[in-house]
Design a protein around this ligand. Structure first.
Ligand code: GDP
Ligand code: MG
Length: 203
């Protein structure tokens, strides 16, 4: 990545089944589009439990990290976690995620532009809708929480997945898209966003 211009950074987004059912496809695309990012890959489909498992285990540490985070979340709220074993906890989370993400059609997208990973995460908002900031997609359009979803034995409904790091994005894009499904093209507005000199505006 070091030798690439920031404007070439790419990130991967899924509009999960609840986002599609809530008729938020246009709203989500509008927000990423309006900030100046470029849509370079887009498809709709129904995915499989196997793909969901592959997706979440691309990072071999995800199971452990998510388990530890979940245990810490319980303790922060003064609650007893269902297990002290991070892997056992994440196994349950992963099964819920498989049921959730395969329950209906999803939109898979690749967005490109300066700091695409960080900008998309900022617009998307924190993972748990209860604490996502107002103004973010999750903060504005969904009201779920871990307390509610854990009691019901389901995944938290948070509308979107967005890559967490540049490395994660690269792996996820390779998993979900073939090279020829991604389109290299120029957007006219990129001149205003990235060119050093704004020549050619005044006549
Ligand atoms: P993301 O990158 O914002 O999607 O968040 P993570 O990669 O950390 O987690 C992926 C998914 O795991 C989330 O969308 C949740 O469904 C689930 N998850 C993460 N942390 C927790 C947690 O503390 N409790 C529960 N119940 N689920 C969690
Ligand atoms: Mg993540």
């Amino acid at each position: 990545m070091a030798d690439k211009h920031h404007k070439e950074e790419r990130t991967f987004v899924i509009i999960k089944p609840d986002g599609v059912q809530r008729s938020l496809i246009g709203e989500v695309i509008k927000r990423y589009e309006k900030i100046g990012l470029k849509l370079v890959g887009l498809k709709m489909g129904v995915t499989t439990p196997d793909m969901v498992e592959k997706h979440y285990t691309l990072d071999p540490e995800w199971m452990r990290k998510t388990g530890e985070k979940t245990i810490a979340n319980y303790k922060k709220k003064g609650q007893e976690p269902p297990s002290e074993d991070p892997l056992e906890i994440t196994k349950v989370v992963l099964e819920s995620l498989k049921r959730y993400i395969t329950s209906g059609p999803v939109i898979m997208m690749v967005w490109q532009g300066a700091h695409a990973v960080g900008i998309v995460r900022k617009l998307t908002g924190a993972t748990e809708p209860l604490s996502s900031d107002v103004g973010t997609i999750r903060g504005d359009f969904v009201l779920d929480s871990y307390v509610m979803s854990d009691v019901a034995g389901r995944a938290v409904r948070n509308i979107l997945h967005a890559s967490g790091t540049v490395e994660e994005a690269e792996d996820e894009i390779k998993l979900w898209f073939k090279e020829d499904e991604l389109i290299n093209y120029r957007l006219i507005q990129e001149a205003i966003l990235y060119d050093v000199d704004l020549d050619g505006i005044l006549e």
